[in-house]
Design a protein around this ligand. Structure first.
Ligand code: CA
Length: 231
């Protein structure tokens, strides 16, 4: 059964465009063009994800978000905002929204973000089979403690660096492109954000290489991407 998405957006053309995109991506979609109907539908409990424009007739998106969150902590909520201001974003997140998109956004980005929200929602509700310690020789990666150590010496990593090495080490020998790493580690893929991956890989590598006797584990495959291999 396809996942149900509610779009509350008073710009009819934009709402239709989002609807077509999400339907093509395999979701089932309902729309409300004003805040009153939007609130009613959002509170019905029949949606797996809710997209809320902020400026709406009758009831605004922040109020809808607040009311949904009174009884429902888990349905993913994405705010759509026309104003790229810190206050709007923070207000939305404070009301319990999970993510936001600033207009104008690309349809490709919208789709990627929605899919990422569903993935994250799944990760939270599932028991993760990958939470066991991973060991290669004296290199140990402990997901539950977010800890990497070599010869019992802790390697101090940021949480993104940890997620990167953990993801690569779970799939040893497999080559991942920057774009795949953005999808899997960051949870969504922005066009033009590939350099983010390079800089995190470089910092991760510098920290690993600072460990005496640790063989090289993060390998660059030129023109393709990266892989983990403990040789
Ligand atoms: Ca609006």
């Amino acid at each position: 059964m396809s996942q149900k998405i509610l779009i509350v957006e008073d710009e009819v053309d934009l709402a239709n465009l989002i609807e077509i995109t999400l339907k093509n991506a395999g979701f089932s979609v309902s729309k409300a063009n004003d805040g009153k109907l939007g609130l009613e539908l959002a509170l019905s409990g029949q949606f797996d994800l809710i997209m809320l424009d902020i400026m709406l007739p009758h009831v605004d998106g922040l109020e809808i978000c607040r009311q949904v969150r009174i009884n429902d902590a888990s349905t993913p909520i994405m705010m759509l905002t026309a104003r790229d201001t810190e206050t709007d974003r923070i207000m939305g997140l404070n009301m319990g929204a999970d993510d936001y998109l600033t207009k104008p956004f690309s349809i490709r980005e919208l789709e990627a973000r929605i899919k990422a929200m569903f993935r994250r929602a799944q990760v939270v509700t599932q028991v993760q089979p990958t939470s066991q310690e991973i060991k290669f020789g004296d290199l140990s990666i402990e997901p539950e403690r977010h800890k990497v150590s070599f010869n019992d010496k802790v390697i101090d990593l940021t949480s993104t660096e940890f997620d990167l090495i953990h993801f690569l080490a779970k799939n040893p020998g497999q080559v991942f492109s920057r774009s795949q790493l953005l999808d899997s580690v960051w949870g969504y893929n922005h066009l033009g954000y590939e350099h983010t991956v390079n800089s995190h890989i470089n910092r991760l590598r510098a920290k690993l290489e600072a460990c005496a006797d640790l063989p090289k584990v993060v390998h660059t495959i030129w023109g393709v991407g990266y892989k983990f291999e403990f040789l």
